[in-house]
Design a binder for this molecule. Structure first.
Ligand SMILES: Cc1cc2nc3c(=O)[nH]c(=O)nc-3n(C[C@H](O)[C@H](O)[C@H](O)COP(=O)(O)O)c2cc1C
Ligand SMILES: CCCCC(=O)C(=O)O
Length: 389
């Protein structure tokens, strides 16, 4: 019998018999406000903030909320199986933790704690290129749990090649290439405080520990950290890249490659033509293009264009179990969770991240069952209506 994630609900009530209540809210939409009170203005502005006036982040939520589930009754949901196949792996639930860089500004235990939480719950962890901890250390913290690597594609080919070699050697099996960040967007919350973690050396661990990166420095990092940061800023991304450049990644990575940040159906077709394995429909949580289409509104078009040529994943705005339901009903195979787990980390370290994963999946399991379905594969757009009021 597959694991019933909903059992977490009963566990909470049982613990209540001894007077215990959860340390964090079970409504994950409440975590942001709590984090706002806990962290300094720079870090919290960085994680909670988004591009421009925040309209894309709001649109992400609105597009999910606007879609409403139409539950079905009397359909035997006693036994449920939330497992899905993603990139040739069987996952216990349609969820992975999204790549979120610079986690040490949230909590000193940073990426290793988030990765351990994911491993403990059996959920894949996507490690950011911009992590505060080198990829090898994070891999070690995870044991043999499933781990994927997110590439911010460096301008310098040798650094890119070195990242791929290191990721493979450290046991990362899939590569997520983020396309929507060739430049940092206009982020007023960060600008108003003149705060960017990278300029404080946070998020540079993979670079500063990289032999190819270091070969480009006149002096060792510890002798001239400012020059190392400047070198990092210059090579972090390359706005000159175009579709034919993907051939380099295909040649240098033999596992699955997923392009993150695809919103247009034609880009999905180009991804498939370039031999990619999947896409993440995402607008980076509203952090890049202010005024961009809401991720959930872009999802059906990409799903249609992808057909059976690509695995389609989804992120941007997922906060609740019913959001997961809706993304899957619109055609995503699984969702990536972003800010909520960073808030869980900020508020309670590894335990906070585990709490977030368990709440989200318990709520999803219950939503699925109460809507008359026993597995994610049973969902379709027919399970939703659009609230046009
Ligand atoms: C603080 C922060 C850092 C992020 N860092 C990365 C990153 O290093 N690489 C990446 O591909 N996406 C990054 N993202 C985007 C997430 O992977 C994901 O697309 C986004 O958080 C989803 O939106 P949501 O937070 O509204 O759910 C970051 C997001 C946040 C909030
Ligand atoms: C240049 C941005 C790197 C981290 C990131 O992806 C984010 O803050 O959204």
């Amino acid at each position: 019998m597959a694991k019933h994630w909903a059992d977490f609900q009963y566990e909470i009530y049982l613990n209540g018999l001894t007077g215990a209540v959860p340390r964090l809210p079970t409504d994950l939409t409440r975590l942001e406000a709590l984090t706002e009170r806990r962290l300094g203005p720079g870090p919290v502005g960085y994680v909670a903030g988004s591009a421009g006036d925040g309209s894309t982040a709001r649109a992400n939520r609105a597009a999910l909320e606007r879609r409403r589930i139409v539950p079905r009754m009397l359909r035997d949901v006693h036994e449920r199986d939330l497992s899905v196949e993603v990139l040739g792996r069987c996952l216990p639930a349609p969820l992975a933790l999204a790549p979120v860089g610079v986690l040490s500004i949230m909590h000193p235990d940073a990426e290793p704690a988030a990765a351990r939480a994911a491993a403990a719950q059996g959920v894949p962890y996507i490690l950011s290129s911009a992590s505060s901890t080198p990829m090898e250390q994070v891999a070690e913290a995870m044991g043999d749990a499933e781990r994927w690597f997110q590439l911010y594609w460096p301008k310098d080919r040798e650094v890119a090649r070195s990242f791929l070699n290191r990721a493979r050697a450290a046991g990362y099996t899939a590569l997520f290439v983020t396309l929507d960040t060739p430049l940092l967007s206009w982020r007023p919350r960060d600008l108003d405080q003149a705060y960017l973690p990278f300029l404080h050396g946070v998020g540079t661990a993979n670079y500063f520990s990289d032999p190819a990166f270091r070969a480009g420095l006149a002096k060792p990092v510890h002798e001239d950290p400012d020059a190392a940061v400047t070198h990092f800023v210059g090579m972090f991304a390359d706005p000159g890249k175009t579709w034919p450049d993907l051939a380099f990644l295909r040649e240098n990575w033999d596992g699955p490659i997923v392009l993150k940040g695809v919103l247009h159906p034609d880009d999905a077709r180009q991804a498939a033509d370039a031999g990619m394995d999947g896409v993440v429909v995402s607008n980076h949580g509203g952090r890049q293009v202010a005024g961009a289409v809401a991720a959930a509104d872009a999802l059906p078009g990409v799903v249609e264009a992808a057909g059976d040529r690509l695995t389609v994943l989804f992120d941007s705005g997922v906060r609740t179990g019913d959001d997961v339901f809706k993304a899957l009903a619109l055609g995503a195979r699984a969702v990536l969770l972003g800010r909520p787990y960073a808030y869980g980390l900020a508020l309670d370290g590894q335990a906070g991240v585990e709490h977030v994963i368990r709440c989200l999946l318990a709520e999803f399991d219950l939503t699925l069952a109460l809507s008359g379905h026993a597995s994610p594969s049973a969902l379709s757009p027919a399970d939703l209506v659009e609230d046009t009021a």
